[in-house]
Write a protein that binds this ligand. Structure first.
Ligand code: GTP
Length: 173
C-alpha cells in the first residue's frame, strides 16, 4: 500500500490547546494538567484512507512569545498548518502565525465547551478564515466525540510518541 508523509504544524498562543488537539488525534486522550511545550514536540500518526496510508508528521510548537521566531523553520516543507485560538486576544494574534501561501491552513477555535471563555463570534472567525482562504473549525478537545463512522481510519497503530502522557514535554529542537 502506498505511503504518503505529510508534515503538519500547529501554531497559536500559549495555552490555546495545541498539544491537547494533537493528543486527542494521536492517542484519543485528554490531560487537563498537560505541561506547556518548550520549543516544540513531535509525534506521528498513520491513518489509512482508501488505498493509501497517510503518515502525519506533527510538529506541535510552543506558544510562548520567545519561540515565535522559530515558526518559519516549522513551516518549511509543511503540507498543512493548524492555527489555534480561544479568546479575542489569541484571535487577534492569528496573523502573527501566518506562514507561506502554498500550504493548507486550518483555523481552530478551541475550547468551545467553555462558553465564558469563548469571545469570538463564529461568524467573525469564519469570515476571517475565508479572507485568508483557510478552513475554519470550532473544537473541544476535553470531551471525546463518538465516531459515527462505521469504518474508522486505522489510526492508532504505527504512531510513535517522543513523550509519554505523564512526562513533561521536552524540547526537541
Ligand atoms: N475545557 C477545555 N480545556 C482544554 C481544551 N483544550 C485544551 N484544554 C486545556 O487547556 C490547557 C492548555 O492546553 P495545551 O494543549 O497545553 O495548550 P498549548 O496551546 O499546547 O499550550 P503551549 O504548550 O503553552 O503553547 C490545558 O489545561 C488543557 O487541558 C478544550 O477543548 N476544552
Amino acid at each position: 500500500m502506498a505511503l504518503r508523509e505529510l508534515k503538519v504544524c500547529l501554531f497559536g498562543d500559549r495555552g490555546v490547546g495545541k498539544s491537547s488537539i494533537v493528543w486527542r488525534f494521536v492517542e484519543d486522550s485528554f490531560d487537563p494538567n498537560i505541561n506547556p511545550t518548550i520549543g516544540a514536540s513531535f509525534m506521528t500518526k498513520t491513518v489509512q484512507y482508501q488505498n493509501e496510508l497517510h503518515k502525519f508528521l506533527i510538529w506541535d510548537t510552543a506558544g510562548q512569545e520567545r519561540f515565535r521566531a522559530l515558526a518559519p523553520m516549522y513551516y518549511r516543507g509543511s503540507a498543512a498548518a493548524i492555527i489555534v485560538y480561544i479568546t479575542k486576544e489569541t484571535f487577534s494574534t492569528l496573523k502573527n502565525w501566518h506562514g507561506p501561501p502554498n500550504i493548507v491552513v486550518a483555523i481552530a477555535g478551541n475550547k468551545c465547551d467553555l462558553i465564558d471563555v469563548r469571545e469570538v463570534m463564529e461568524r467573525d472567525a469564519k469570515d476571517y478564515a475565508d479572507s485568508i482562504h483557510s478552513i475554519f473549525v470550532e473544537t473541544k478537545i476535553s470531551r471525546r466525540i463518538p465516531s459515527t463512522d462505521a469504518n474508522p481510519p486505522s489510526g492508532g497503530k504505527g504512531f510513535k510518541l517522543r513523550r509519554q502522557p505523564s512526562e513533561p514535554k521536552r524540547s526537541c529542537c
